[in-house]
Design a protein around this ligand. Structure first.
Ligand SMILES: [Zn+2]
Length: 362
């Protein structure tokens, strides 16, 4: 299978409910959910895609247009399986498939979610894992694992229920947890206890942090938001510093990182991965331009920064993102390899051999 032409063959930040592969399943999902098509012959991809593109829209509501269609074991399984097969076809060799089980408890699992939430969450997680395994069976060259999203609107008590479900799951395939969604209403401080539980339970952890902060309807302004973006990032990195486990830790986005030397030093010294998503940052208007990400500076300082798609169902795909960044940065071969190595080094799972040109660097 060819590698994607940009060379980025290890994806760590890939929301399956907002990913390119889910688009191919929309019609099937509509039928399975007994939903009539709004009109015959409609392009469902374009219709659903349009729901995601309002930068001031509510993020959980936007994603409900895909998560709402995955409320049964069968649909969750199929989306996960299809995701892995399509990523493998695109030449991806390692993928952390992200979904947040809490958004899949409104159909088949609803009753159980009320009586025994951990059990219901475990069933959702198992459905994803079964799908991933089936996808891997069809495409054995890829290693795909489940990175469990936790929508940050959950209270820490409920977020810990998700972690308990992870503990009950197949830990070979369920490789970590990731705090996702609205960063403005629910800053990282809300989930200190969630992280501490994960740390004790030896669950690898990522915080989406320092991605965006502005209030609804507020115009984008990177400079105005920078102090708040740095504050969130500082909280997360200081929390990671205090970790007592050997688990891997990452920050999703972290767009303010190159604007604080001390924070860059922590990220580099502690081997904290940064899963960068430049296409998403640009489309969401969270950065004024790609130069603002200062990717070369971070690579130069030994920060494990990787390039990822975030949500390529309605955003750019990894090849397009790389091309746009390369037009701006003119990466050297060494820098390009560093981004790949960063991804492979900071991946949470490790079941299959890595590509032979990456192996010597790990
Ligand atoms: Zn994300």
């Amino acid at each position: 299978m060819p590698a994607p032409y940009c060379g980025m063959d290890c994806l760590l930040h890939d929301h399956a409910d907002g990913a390119f592969p889910v688009g191919a399943k929309l019609e099937w999902l509509y039928i399975k959910n007994g939903k009539p098509l709004p009109r015959p012959g409609i392009n469902l991809r374009n219709m659903v895609r349009a729901k995601f593109t309002d930068p001031n829209g509510d993020i959980v509501e936007a994603f409900s247009h895909t998560t709402g269609l995955m409320q049964s074991e069968e649909t969750i399984f199929e989306v996960a399986k299809n995701h892995v097969i399509i990523r493998a076809r695109q030449g991806i060799r390692y993928d952390e498939v992200m979904l947040a089980p809490q958004y899949h408890l409104f159909g088949e699992f609803q009753k159980e979610a009320k009586n025994n939430p951990v059990k219901a969450l475990t069933r959702v997680i198992n459905a994803v894992v079964m799908g991933i395994k089936a996808g891997e069976e069809a495409s054995p060259k890829i290693e795909a694992n489940f990175l469990v999203g936790i929508g940050r609107e959950l209270s820490p008590r409920k977020a810990i229920q998700v972690l308990k479900a992870i503990e009950k799951s197949d830990r070979n395939h369920v490789v970590g947890a990731n705090i996702v969604c609205d960063k403005n209403k629910f800053p990282p401080e809300r989930h200190r206890a969630t992280f501490e539980y994960a740390d004790t339970a030896e669950i690898n952890f990522e915080f989406h942090a320092s991605e965006w902060i502005r209030r609804p309807k507020q115009n984008p302004d990177f400079q105005r938001d920078l102090p708040m973006l740095l504050k969130d990032l500082r909280f997360v990195l200081e929390l990671y510093k205090k970790s007592r486990s050997k688990t891997k830790k990452r920050v999703g986005h972290g767009i303010a990182l190159p604007y604080d030397t001390d924070l860059m030093r922590i990220a580099s010294d502690y081997g904290i991965g940064i899963t960068g998503c430049p296409g998403s940052n640009l489309q969401g208007k969270n950065i004024p331009d790609l130069e603002s990400l200062k990717i070369k500076t971070m690579l130069l300082l030994g920060i494990l920064w990787s390039m990822n798609p975030d949500d390529d169902f309605f955003q750019l795909d990894i090849n397009e993102i790389f091309q746009m960044c390369n037009d701006v940065y003119r990466f050297t071969l060494e820098e390009k390899q560093l981004m790949r190595i960063s991804a492979w080094k900071t991946r949470f799972g490790n079941r299959k051999p890595v590509p032979s040109d990456i192996y010597p660097f790990l």
